[in-house]
Design a protein around this ligand. Structure first.
Ligand SMILES: [Ca+2]
Ligand SMILES: [Ca+2]
Length: 266
C-alpha cells in the first residue's frame, strides 16, 4: 500500500515535470503556424554530373502545423519543396515529422525530419537548367532552437497574429540538410545515377502567439477583455475580423471561445 502511494506521488511529480518542461513546444503548437525563410545554403550534385553552388534566399513562407503521424505532437508540416527552395524547383510535397528533442521551458530544440521514396520522374532545375529526373529517395532534416522573443508582429510579415517565439538553425549540417537521389533524364541505369544535397543551410522562423481561432481577435498576444469587448460590440454582425470560428456570424459560439480561452497567452 505504501509503495503504491509512493508510486502515485512519483507519477504526479513526473507529470509535473512533463508539464513544466513542455512549455515552448506547446506554445509553438498553439500558434498553429510558423513563418519561415530560407536565407542561404549550398548545393552539391555528384555522380552522373558534378556541380555545386550556392542557393539564394527564398521568399518567406508560412507553414501550418498538423499531426501527420498521429503521435499527438501537432508540429508536423507538409512541406512543398518548390516553395521551400525556389531555385531547385523540386515540385514535391514531403511530410516533415516533428520531434521535441528538448524543452527547458525557456528554450527548446525541435527536429523535423522527412524520408520518402517517390520513385517518380519529375522536373528539377539544376544550375538554371530544367531536366527530368527519376527521384528514388528524398530525405531532409531541419533542427531549430526555439527561444522566446518580445510579443511583436511577425518580422517576416506572414502570420495574422503577433509572434512570441523565434527559431534559428541548430545542430549544423548533421541536422539541417536536404538530400535527393535519382536518375538523370529518368534513365534508370547506374551511369545516370546522381546524389544531390543541400547543406550549410541558414534559415529563420517565427511562431507562437495566440491565433484568432482561440479567441485572440485583435491579434495581440493574449485573450483578454479587449477581445471580449470586440466580440460583444460586433455581436450579431458578420464582421470577418471578429468571427472567431469563421462561420459567417459573430454570435454566442464566438463569445464562448473567447471565454473558454480567457487569459491564454498571459
Ligand atoms: Ca487579444
Ligand atoms: Ca462565428
Amino acid at each position: 500500500m505504501k509503495s503504491t502511494k509512493a508510486f502515485g506521488v512519483l507519477l504526479i511529480a513526473l507529470m509535473g515535470v512533463c508539464l513544466s518542461t513542455a512549455q515552448i513546444a506547446n506554445e509553438l503548437a498553439r500558434g498553429g503556424k510558423v513563418s519561415w525563410r530560407f536565407l542561404s545554403g549550398n548545393y552539391e550534385i555528384t555522380g552522373a554530373i558534378n556541380i555545386s553552388g550556392s542557393i539564394s534566399a527564398g521568399d518567406p513562407i508560412a507553414f501550418s502545423f498538423q499531426d501527420l503521424n498521429n503521435d499527438g505532437v501537432v508540429l508536423d508540416v507538409l512541406l512543398d519543396l518548390r516553395e521551400l527552395i525556389p531555385d531547385i524547383n523540386l515540385d514535391y510535397q514531403i511530410p516533415l515529422i516533428a520531434t521535441v528533442i528538448s524543452d527547458s521551458g525557456s528554450s527548446a530544440i525541435i527536429r523535423w525530419t522527412a524520408q520518402i521514396e517517390p520513385n517518380q520522374c519529375i522536373e528539377v532545375t539544376v544550375g538554371g537548367t530544367t531536366v527530368q529526373a527519376h527521384i528514388t529517395r528524398i530525405e531532409g532534416s531541419l533542427q531549430g532552437l526555439v527561444t522566446r522573443t518580445a510579443c511583436q508582429p511577425d518580422p517576416l510579415g506572414l502570420l495574422p497574429h503577433n509572434v512570441t517565439l523565434r527559431i534559428v538553425p541548430n545542430g549544423g549540417d548533421e541536422h539541417n540538410y536536404l538530400r535527393a537521389r535519382g536518375y538523370l533524364f529518368c534513365i534508370q541505369q547506374d551511369n545516370f545515377l546522381a546524389n544531390a544535397r543541400i547543406y550549410n543551410m541558414d534559415w529563420i522562423g517565427y511562431g507562437g502567439g495566440v491565433p484568432k481561432s482561440l479567441g485572440n481577435v485583435n491579434g495581440d498576444c493574449i485573450v483578454d477583455d479587449a477581445d471580449l469587448l470586440q466580440v460583444l460590440f460586433a455581436f450579431g454582425s458578420s464582421d470577418p475580423a471578429t468571427d472567431v470560428n469563421g462561420d459567417g456570424i459573430v454570435d454566442d459560439a464566438d463569445l464562448l471561445i473567447v471565454l473558454f480561452n480567457f487569459g491564454t497567452g498571459g
